[in-house]
Design a protein around this ligand. Structure first.
Ligand SMILES: [Cu+2]
Length: 391
């Protein structure tokens, strides 16, 4: 009976080690569409490279805004504490530096609805392989919201990977490598709990002696470290745990506004399209052209504008073309714009519109651009009207 139990345990242990397949995504599509669309808006996300050696770095830059459309059911309606980080399958990368709105930010931040955070994160490749990594914005009370991801290939570094952090491995190695304590589970499990099993050769007198030496060495190392820090750093402050809000970057006044109550989001099942109609007013002195529509971790770009198409590693599976009718608003003018997107991307591929469930909205950030390069981002948040008829 006991042997069978042990066999079963050993088999289970082998299974967990051997048959675990590598994770290839992060369930970015399993989060509810409203959660992905109405919480934060990601714009201008860009990865500096998609191929590095172990230890070499990639920098991700971009902008994340806590949308005004933030659902009142999340984080009691008011996000207060946030954390920006990178998401990867197991520790395949290591974060080296994070900057938010121009200041180095090692910790979590005070955050608020409507605020924008321009970020830069530098990470190093750690484990050899091809990994899907994302910037991610975690909000206390709501969870982690992921931004546009990219496939990053980490190549072998002949010198190996080092990330200097010293750990006392001697003890662990001594008891696992030359010892029979683990392969001889059968013996270990039969002797009483408080015996060292000397008569079966489990823990010998020599082991006791070496354990004492390791203990003495630890005490000596601690003492040396203590003396070193007292001598080398006589003036110290206690370790600080602080959390603060990154400085607010000055935002130029928006030159495009969307007139409330005039927008409409339509799902046309017959034409297999999702259509967004907005009435935009241009208060600026230059024509404003709609170039992009950022939705969750995706960017739709105006297919008629070559420069609107995002480039770089993140653009591989997070950008899609959209058709825009009358995409330019004259200075001082008002214009109705119609955006048409294939519904298969919205519904089947990206699972942003779970037809038949509640909370069907088309939410995102519209980007308008002038010929001289001025940009304005405007939020839209429209409930979806399903229809099979032509409107
Ligand atoms: Cu992913």
């Amino acid at each position: 009976m006991r042997r069978r139990l042990l066999l079963a345990l050993a088999a289970a242990a082998v299974l967990t080690v051997v048959s675990a397949p590598a994770a290839s995504a992060h369930g970015e599509k399993s989060q509810e569409g409203f959660l992905r669309m109405r919480t934060v808006g990601w714009t201008d996300v860009s990865f500096s490279s998609d191929r590095v050696q172990q230890g070499q770095t990639v920098t991700v830059t971009g902008n994340v805004k806590i949308l005004d459309a933030w659902p009142s059911s999340l984080a009691k309606g008011l996000p207060t504490t946030c954390f920006l980080g990178m998401i990867s399958p197991v520790p395949t990368i290591v974060l080296r530096e994070r900057t938010i709105n121009g200041v180095s930010m090692p910790t979590r931040i005070d955050c608020a609805k409507g605020r924008s955070y321009r970020f830069s994160m530098t990470f190093a490749g750690r484990r050899v392989g091809r990994w899907h990594v994302h910037p991610a914005f975690a909000v206390k009370g709501a969870g982690t919201l992921i931004g546009p991801g990219a496939w990053i290939t980490v190549d072998q570094n002949p010198a190996g990977f080092t990330n200097t952090a010293t750990v006392g491995m001697v003890w662990m190695l001594y008891w696992t490598v030359p010892k029979r304590t683990i392969p001889h589970l059968a013996v270990t499990s039969q002797i009483p709990l408080n015996t060292d099993g000397a008569e079966y050769g489990l823990i010998t007198k020599k082991d006791h002696r070496i354990s004492t030496y390791i203990m003495l060495a630890t005490v000596v190392l601690l003492a040396v470290g203590w003396v070193y820090q007292v001598v080398k750093f006589p003036v110290k402050i206690p370790q600080q745990i602080i959390q603060f809000a990154p400085p607010n970057l000055p935002q130029p006044a928006p030159f495009v506004t969307i007139q409330e109550g005039t927008s409409k989001a339509i799902y046309d099942a017959n034409a297999k399209t999702v259509i967004l109609r907005v009435a935009a007013s241009n208060t600026g002195k230059e024509p404003a052209q709609l170039t992009q529509f950022a939705v969750a971790d995706l960017t739709w770009f105006n297919q008629a504008v070559a420069s609107a198409r995002p480039t770089g590693p993140q653009a591989v599976d997070t950008t899609f073309p959209m058709a825009v009718q009358s995409d330019t608003v004259a200075p001082g003018g008002r214009q109705e714009l119609t955006i048409t997107m294939p519904s298969d991307v919205w519904i089947k591929q990206q699972k942003l519109l779970p037809i038949g469930e509640s909370q069907l909205t088309v939410t995102g950030v519209l980007r308008f651009q002038t010929p001289t390069g001025h940009r304005t981002d405007v939020e839209v948040d429209e409930p979806l009207t399903p229809t099979s008829f032509k409107i």
